[in-house]
Design a protein around this ligand. Structure first.
Ligand SMILES: *Cc1c(COP(=O)(O)O)cnc(C)c1O
Length: 358
């Protein structure tokens, strides 16, 4: 039997995605060739790319005037492409974690960066609120889900300037109002596909407003014009992403996925809050991520942390170690993780309590 995969990324994918991709790696669309050895310009693969873009638009109800791109380079390359393409003089960033911090560091190469608020001093254990976004900045950058620290901005915010969001680890976990954003991006390896493809949803009209020369490959317009085929796209991850999109649709779309995610998260947070051995690391309940659930042992049980880790591992839990900057445990409960896996972890926590708490 497969272990329960709580890995933060690359992470669990639907069985459907893994099976369909494995089949296509052997014989792609009846061509008798492997998906790994066909031209990205073959009619079979062009159909995959077209369908992936169409399903992306359908599942997120993306309005007219936006382009969907599948690129290489990971979310980390977007940290630089965003200011390169969008920042004339000034940008604003909300510093909610290590990725947000890396994104704003890149923007500093291009001009003035205003950090509107930061939760760095308390190891990013909450989402700052009540900050002011400068009206003269070219865009405001947020990270909706902070994969390492387990905080999440779960609602689409109103913003008077173009809003840019890193949704690497919560894309397709809930419905989003794309019209509120100028650009949404992420590495696909958390909730969509194997590593190697980066998705970008960009509002066409925000481009072409900076004077600087942009290297061809780093220019969004290149990839819009080339329909994500200017250079060879990551063929296998794009195929896998399409399978995941089909799976999401089969589940009932993003609203149905959101409901399942809420149930899974409630199950685990309830145990964390009621089990005397554990506590959550994120203080405000409204800031708690539905995707990455971080918890530690309560002070009086601290020395049992390694024991719990070994116990849970022996029961088939995989990938639950917290990030080194937070410690403790992190259970990633992405879309594809079955509720039964969360229940298995909760059972471990209860069994561990019954053997250690008098
Ligand atoms: C994983 C992650 C990244 C980094 O993605 P790469 O594709 O490895 O560059 C960026 N932002 C967030 C929120 C992430 O979870």
């Amino acid at each position: 039997m497969k272990v329960h995969n709580f890995s933060a990324g690359p992470s669990i994918l639907p069985d459907f995605t893994v099976e369909k991709t494995a089949e296509a790696i052997k014989n792609f669309a009846g061509t008798t060739l492997s998906l790994m050895e066909v031209s990205h310009r073959s009619k079979e693969f062009v159909a995959v790319m077209d369908e992936a873009i169409a399903m992306f638009k359908e599942l997120l109800s993306i309005p007219e005037g936006y382009s969907v791109l599948f690129l290489g380079g990971g979310a980390s390359t977007q940290f630089c492409m965003i200011p390169y393409n969008l920042m004339a003089k000034k940008s604003a960033y909300l510093n909610t974690g290590a990725w947000a911090n890396k994104a704003q560091k890149e923007a500093k190469l291009f001009g003035e960066v205003v950090e509107v608020a930061s939760s760095k001093e308390t190891v990013y254990n909450y989402i700052p609120k009540g900050y002011v976004v400068p009206a003269d900045a070219d865009y405001f950058h947020i990270t909706t889900n902070n994969t390492i620290y387990g905080t999440e901005i779960k609602e689409d915010m109103d913003c008077d300037i173009p809003l840019v969001a890193d949704m690497s680890s919560d894309i397709f976990s809930r419905p989003i109002d794309v019209s509120k954003y100028a650009l949404i991006y992420g590495g696909a390896q958390k909730n969509l596909a194997p590593a190697g493809v980066t998705f970008v949803i960009v509002k066409n009209e925000i481009l072409g407003k900076v004077d600087r020369q942009i290297p061809t490959m780093l220019n969004y317009q290149t990839h819009i014009d080339g329909e994500s085929m200017f250079n060879t796209p990551p063929v296998v991850p794009v195929f896998a992403a399409l399978q995941t999109l089909k799976w999401i649709k089969e589940q009932g779309g993003v609203s149905a996925i959101q409901k399942m995610n809420e149930e899974k998260a409630a199950l685990l947070y309830n145990e964390i809050d009621s089990n005397p051995m554990f506590k959550g690391t994120v203080i405000n309940k409204e800031d708690r991520s539905l995707m990455n659930i971080c918890f530690v042992m309560n002070d009086e049980y601290k020395e049992l942390e390694k024991d719990f880790y070994e116990f849970a591992t022996s029961k088939g839990m995989s990938g639950i170690k917290g990030h080194r900057s937070v410690g403790g445990f992190r259970a990633s409960t992405y879309n594809a993780l079955p509720k039964a896996s969360v229940q298995a972890l909760v059972d471990c926590m209860q069994e561990f309590k019954s053997t250690h708490v008098k």
